[in-house]
Design a protein around this ligand. Structure first.
Ligand code: R1P
Length: 295
């Protein structure tokens, strides 16, 4: 049965609804960034850019870095945008737009998020990087998909639920592991500024990440409880707003994903980086070189 026009929305020029891309516009390795200006900061390192477009916050450039074809796309902020970006990129790779049917042979995409994030741990200071061994989602996204429960790391999820006795309503967490292949590649880099840990993802920047400006929190201890969680060698190192959804959707769709974040704030110390832009540029260069490294 063809997928209905209301579900798979194709623009008159043959591109998919929100991200405005056609199947041939993307590489198999796709870098996602939150900030649309970061697309240019990634593409400045490319040897050549062969395609670019933008619609809303979704800006894309495809090109070559050291002979490897890469796409970089901005998602904007939040897991709601990630639902759009990952589903639409997968559709470009795995749905035949002419027949509106899922292709027999599936293509595996490799997603690498280059983001910014706040550390929860004193020993993961600002100006370091964290590669997420898992995404800890408080965003609820995976609960809407039938395969959600299949891709969740139940052991860590249950340990975390037990640990978080008093968390905000409707914030039942889920934990999804990173792609082991990509994680191993980054471990092999032996980069001294790179830490590994679970990354918490939540639906807001202020209350949901325990920040108070004028509005008090319903559960003031929530962030401290995240910081004090440990299960075997796992602990939550940092918080941001996309990783859990990227990991969950990628796993359900058969893709690989890794999220690497520049630590620009340390919540435990109350500090913020003096040079966040340079830090992100250094992280971009590191990620590009690691992705093009032969094993
Ligand atoms: C919040 O300031 C935004 O920055 C972080 C958060 O996840 C959120 O998207 O990541 P990016 O710098 O990739 O956008």
């Amino acid at each position: 049965m063809p997928i209905k026009e209301s579900e798979l929305i194709i623009n008159p020029d043959g591109s998919i609804y929100h991200i405005n891309l056609k199947p041939d516009d993307i590489a198999d390795t796709i870098i996602t960034v939150g900030d649309q200006n970061r697309v240019d900061r990634v593409a400045q390192f490319f040897d050549e850019v062969i395609f670019e477009t933008q619609k809303r916050e979704f800006k894309t450039k495809t090109g070559y870095y050291k002979g490897k074809k890469l796409t970089v796309i901005s998602s904007g902020i939040g897991t709601d945008n990630i639902d759009i970006v990952i589903n639409e990129l997968d559709a470009l790779a795995n749905i035949d737009f002419k027949t509106r049917t899922v292709k027999e042979e599936k293509k595996k995409l490799h997603f690498v998020r280059i983001g910014t994030s706040g550390s929860l741990q004193k020993d993961v200071p600002v100006d370091r990087y964290v590669a997420s061994s898992g995404g800890v989602g408080f965003d609820g996204l995976l609960h809407y998909y039938a395969q959600g429960t299949d891709v969740i790391n139940q052991e860590i999820t249950q340990a975390l639920i037990q640990h978080l006795q008093d968390s905000p309503k409707k914030a039942e967490p889920y934990v999804v592991d990173a792609s082991q292949n990509l994680l191993d590649k980054f471990k092999a880099s032996n980069e001294k500024h790179l830490h590994f840990g679970l990354t918490g993802t939540n639906v807001g920047f202020y209350g949901p990440q325990g920040r108070v400006l004028r509005l008090p929190l319903s559960k003031p201890n929530f962030i401290d409880s995240l910081a004090s969680f440990s299960y075997q060698e796992n602990r939550i190192t940092n918080l941001e707003m996309e990783t859990s959804a990227i990991y969950g959707l990628s796993k359900m769709l058969g893709h690989e994903a890794l999220s690497v974040n520049a630590i620009i704030a340390n919540r435990a110390m109350g500090t913020f980086s003096n040079h966040p832009k340079d830090l992100v540029d250094e992280l971009i260069q590191f990620v590009l070189d690691t992705l093009t490294q032969e094993n």
